[in-house]
Design a protein around this ligand. Sequence first.
Ligand code: APR
Length: 253
Amino acid sequence: MSSAAPSSRLLALLRGRGAALVLTGAGVSSESGIATFRDAGGVWEGTDRMRVATPRAFAADPEFVWRFYDARRAQAARAEPNLAHRAIAAIEATGRPFLLATQNVDGLHERAGSRSLVNLHGSLWSLRCTVEGTEHEDRRPQLDPLPPRCAACGAMLRPAVVWFEESLPMIEFARAERAAREADLALVVGTSSLVYPAASLQSAALEAGAYVVEINPERTPFSAAASEHLAGPAGVVLPALLAAAGIPMDRAA
Ligand code: APR
């Protein structure tokens, strides 16, 4: 059942010290002005994902792919973390066992102060050498020239994000799976729960006995299974939830 008001069970779990897992998707960054992928006006409405987000697309036209990701880097650099990002960092700051597993590649969680986190789909701010496989951080808002080249071997660099038809980074996914098995409370925030294997984590937490709360203005394929669905924008629902549970917002990690 969808509601805007948290249950007393959820508030008790939030006030407790039990292990918490937070799973996030693009909806968390939408209030920072970054479009989601599948909503009206979303990224995949205007762009054919098969032309920008697969290894074959990169092989066929790396410059085209890089223009897409360079624009996304510039947009993410201009954006600011919103209250949803800050609330998630504040839950971590309570000192309970905690993991944030995000599908987002924009880096806004880190900028909001999150530390115990795994990037399931990589990061816009990491570049990978297509020959050596080495990765390095590059936070310049815009890259020049495109495609960028590896300083060590001169080969082309690619964005270190997970494209369709690619597998998730194993260590990060294993950490998230473990946190799902050990969580007492899991919050599923701003994701359509359509893209696997990331979308398997909320079910894994549920099966392991966690209380799993979905926060999303819309219902998703996971809503019926969720322990609770809080209907509304994350930047509104999460701060209200923390206030109701007596968790200060400003003590980010
Ligand atoms: N607060 C909470 N949820 C929101 C908000 C908001 N302010 N605005 C939108 N949403 C919800 C939408 O209702 C939708 O369910 O966020 C979800 C966004 O879904 P998608 O666009 O499918 O994004 P996501 O689930 O992160 O996509 C998963 O797919 O395209 C790939 O690699 C990409 O990581 C991405 C993955």
